[in-house]
Design a protein around this ligand. Structure first.
Ligand SMILES: Cc1cc2nc3c(=O)[nH]c(=O)nc-3n(C[C@H](O)[C@H](O)[C@H](O)COP(=O)(O)OP(=O)(O)OC[C@H]3O[C@@H](n4cnc5c(N)ncnc54)[C@H](O)[C@@H]3O)c2cc1C
Length: 176
């Protein structure tokens, strides 16, 4: 069993998804280490865990709201979209990855925080999608946004994922 699989099973065991009646999930809020890659792993684990435990809503009216188009939200929306779930992505800034996209002074590396563990110097994120290489934050963000836009067209994510930017208020009509 590889490290990634173990890590997924640990995630699955750590959270009793069936007891979460509110169906509201937070990515990494209580975790000790928050990096771009760790948030992407959490997003992929969450989508897979919800799918595997039967907690992902399905059917015509089923809808999932992802709040925040940072790297965690974007990866989660992409994962849910590839599982053919309808997603509404809400972001208060004017575009995705706004914290990184205009920063050309900070160097990001996907694995350096894992030092001295194995493969800490691997410069590629090695994910199923939304991959990135070590580089300046702005360049990483622009590459991720380009991949996201490509997925919207080529993988038809646009038919299931709706994005809203500059969001300040949300009105949820009462169900009849
Ligand atoms: C100074 C600094 C340096 C860092 N350097 C590194 C580094 O070198 N390498 C690394 O891997 N990580 C680094 N990190 C950590 C990395 O930035 C985070 O792990 C990563 O951004 C987390 O992604 P996220 O999507 O979970 O959250 P965020 O990137 O914070 O994204 C959350 C998004 O949600 C939006 N949002 C929040 N609340 C709402 C709301 N109520 N409604 C709508 N939208 C909302 C925000 O506008 C934002 O776009 C650094 C962090 C900081 C602060």
């Amino acid at each position: 069993m590889g490290r990634r699989r173990q890590s997924f099973d640990q995630t699955l065991n750590a959270i009793d998804y069936r007891r979460c009646k509110q169906r509201v999930f937070f990515l990494g809020v209580r975790e000790r280490r928050l990096t771009i890659l760790s948030q992407q792993h959490r997003a992929l684990h969450l989508a897979r865990a919800l799918d595997r435990t039967g907690l992902l809503p399905s059917g015509d009216k089923a809808h999932i709201c992802v709040i925040g188009a940072g790297v965690g939200g974007l990866t989660l929306a992409a994962a849910l979209g590839t599982l053919n779930r309808r997603v509404t992505l809400l972001e208060r800034a004017l575009g995705p990855l706004h914290l990184q996209e205009s920063n050309d002074t900070r160097w990001l590396h996907p694995n350096v925080y894992r030092w001295p563990m194995e493969n800490w110097d691997q410069e590629a994120s090695d994910l199923p999608f939304l991959n990135w290489h070590a580089g300046m934050a702005g360049k990483v963000a622009r590459s991720l946004v380009t991949q996201w836009e490509t997925m919207r067209v080529e993988d038809d994510l646009a038919s299931v994922v709706t994005e809203h930017y500059g969001v300040s208020h949300v009105n949820v009509p009462k169900q009849q």
